[in-house]
Ligand binder design. Sequence first.
Ligand code: GLU
Length: 298
Amino acid sequence: MSSRHVFRFAPSPNGLLHLGHAYSAILNFDLARRTGGRFLVRIEDIDLGRARPEFEQQIYEDLAWLGLQWEEPVLRQSTRFSVYEEALDRLRALDLVYPCYATRAEIRAAVAAKTGDWPSDPDGQPHYPGLWRDPPRTALLRRKAEDAPFALRLKIDAAMRTAGLDPGAAVAWQETDGQFTSEASARPADWGDVVIARKDIPTSYHLAVVVDDAAQGITDVVRGFDLKPATALHRLLQTLLGLPEPVYRHHRLILDDRGEKLSKSRDSETLSALRDSGMLPSDVRRRIDLPYEIMAPE
Ligand code: GLU
């Protein structure tokens, strides 16, 4: 087995890349170069309603403009639904998922009816209020007979027990800052009974990312700090699915002039707009202030 490090940049083609993406992509690329490792690009296009071929094309153009080279062929998640289905089958066989037929409005109403503080997940969404966790058999049979659409949710407490852990326990992973590796940890239970396959898509970000990181032999997951809480869930899924454990590096986020995180939804300045305004790749490297001496790729 090769001991080369394998890095990946995994954008979702549902918008144009901005400086935050440039930071992540360049960091992964440079780390691969410095360690004699491999650099992969993975297109995370499971959200068929939002992914667009023109955004995917623009991603390749932006990365090439930044001076990055990656291995071909690029893995596109939209071609891998049957692989995600196999992972779901494994979770089903462990009795760790259940169908949830609730609509968003029903979930909102059930949460609103809760008295006292109701927990939210790290993305700020209220925990699932359990509507279909233990439904009457008749209700389940009726929905099945109607062929009603459903999401699959993870029985988070049972999943933790199956992994040999206490439901409220934290799971640990190796977190590196490039120099030192230490143990980080977080509680998967902070996500509640998270959706593992969506109603409209037969997988979820969490499932697809752990399946593909393993399939591609990713040794180092280098991504934004905003995804750090999700790593607890990813580690749990890796354990349940018997997948290897990568090392993680959650890097800082690039902020705009008002100190806010750049995002596609906030219409942050895109790399193509910066390029059109005359910015050079070397200016991008200076502007994002990488955590090491600035070095242009050869
Ligand atoms: N596709 C995710 C995004 O664009 C990144 C996933 C990851 O790096 O784990 O935010």
